[in-house]
Ligand binder design. Structure first.
Ligand code: HEC
Length: 397
């Protein structure tokens, strides 16, 4: 797309990123998972072409999501020829980027192949529409109003020659009578757009006939927000997945290569079944607890490895409250070293005469990064019966 006017805040190439800030982004934020795969595209040349490197930088906790808490991200793609999305030498629209909520993430998840040419055609028009007033009247699909959805427009003009030029003119000049014939609604003119911009929007709308184009492809830099409340999280394997893939452009004599990266967040709950180790505890189960680990020696502990505590301000221990079964004691949280000073601790004494659960909070100071957690369930009086029966830990921010 050629545009006569440059807009402020545009993400399109050429980017105005300063190389200095690019370096800052790279070093300040950790790379989570970067992987690569050779695309299924034809191997027509002998010269091998290296796989582009795709990295996802994300702010905040890299393991847990919280409902309604936004996650900032930025994707960086670079290739062996020295092209780069930060320098603006790789078209950011070619990067397929999606944020999906899945009930269960397959092991070795590989993002689907997405045609970069299609995305490059969509991107500029999509951005112009997002920044204009079109979404006030039009939706992509699932329209309940009489105003045509963009998908309906794409279907009507499918295979029609010169549809892009016709629709570009309609977008810039406005019009009426072709969808709503009773004169009650019309398409307002948009003189602020150049003919090229009108054409970019028309091309985007026409491409929406393709289901792949209708997916909510994200810009390479932005914010996503999980919405699931993770209520059954301890039992479910739901994940939010941010994945990015980039297929390089076809070069003569070279096969195309796809690089990708994936980050997955889980609900902010760990069950005792997620443990990496334990000592001085025994498995118990009951209808109200499900499976739990109970301290049976004065210094029983449960270990979890590689837990990201970034932004976590409180841990809530879900334990049995049944006084006849458990003597109670002290919950201590230590990190990284089994003999370190507790990061937080509290005393809990079960009170109920009915089988039920209690939630025991421990607040912690800011503790960014991944850590091993040691949860001690300590007896206080040398009681013979078990101390505390822990079933899960919720992580709050
Ligand atoms: C105030 C509401 C409104 C806004 C804002 C609006 N449209 Fe429309 N648009 C309509 C209506 C109503 C029609 C149907 C007009 C008709 O029946 O001919 C329409 C029709 C269209 C068509 C189909 C034209 C045809 O001849 O089939 C396209 C394409 C379109 N709009 C694109 C856009 C784009 C792109 C924007 C933003 C730049 C936009 N519209 C903003 C109300 C709106």
């Amino acid at each position: 797309m050629t545009s006569r006017r440059r807009r402020q805040g545009s993400d399109s190439v050429p980017s105005c990123e300063h190389p200095g800030s690019a370096l800052a982004v790279r070093s300040a934020l950790a790379v989570i998972v970067a992987a690569s795969v050779v695309s299924a595209a034809s191997a027509e040349g002998q010269h091998s072409n290296a796989v582009p490197l795709v990295t996802i930088h994300s702010g905040g906790n890299k393991m847990f999501f919280w409902p309604d808490r936004p996650i900032d991200y930025q994707i960086v793609v670079s290739d062996t020829e020295g092209r780069d999305t930060l320098a603006g030498t790789i078209d950011p629209h070619r990067v397929a980027l999606a944020f999906d909520h899945v009930a269960k993430l397959p092991e070795n998840f590989v993002p689907p192949f997405v045609d970069g040419d299609l995305l490059a055609r969509l991107g500029p028009g999509k951005e112009l529409i997002a920044r204009s007033n079109c979404p006030i009247c039009h939706t992509v699909e699932a329209g309940t109003r009489r105003i045509p959805t963009f998908k309906a427009i794409a279907e009507r003009f499918k295979g029609v020659d010169a549809a892009a030029d016709y629709l570009a003119t309609r977008i810039v000049s406005g019009g009426s009578g072709s969808w709503i014939t009773d004169g009650t609604a019309l398409m307002p003119p948009h003189p602020e757009f150049t003919p090229e911009e009108g054409r970019a929007m028309a091309l985007y709308i026409l491409a929406l006939e393709n289901p792949e184009a209708r997916k909510d492809w994200l810009p390479i830099r932005g914010t996503v927000t999980p919405t699931s409340d993770g209520s059954e999280a301890a039992k479910t394997q739901e994940r939010y997945v941010l994945w990015a893939s980039y297929t390089d452009q076809r070069l003569k004599g070279k096969e195309r290569k796809t690089g990708y990266a994936v980050v997955a967040w889980r609900a902010a709950v760990l069950s005792v079944t997620d443990r990496a180790g334990a000592d001085g505890v025994e498995e118990v189960s009951s209808p109200e607890l499900g499976l739990a680990l109970a301290g049976v020696r004065p210094r029983g502990f449960i270990q979890f490895t590689g837990i990201d505590l970034t932004d976590v301000r409180q841990l809530v221990f879900v334990v049995s409250d049944l006084a006849s079964a458990w003597a109670g004691g002290r919950i201590e949280l230590r990190i990284d070293d089994i003999l370190s000073e507790p990061l937080g601790q509290t005393v809990f004494m079960p009170r109920s005469n009915q089988p039920s659960l209690a939630e025991v909070p421990i607040s912690i100071p800011a503790t960014p990064g991944r850590h091993d957690l040691f949860v001690y369930l300590r007896g206080l009086r040398g009681d013979k019966k078990g101390t505390i029966a822990l079933t899960s830990i919720k992580f709050l921010w």
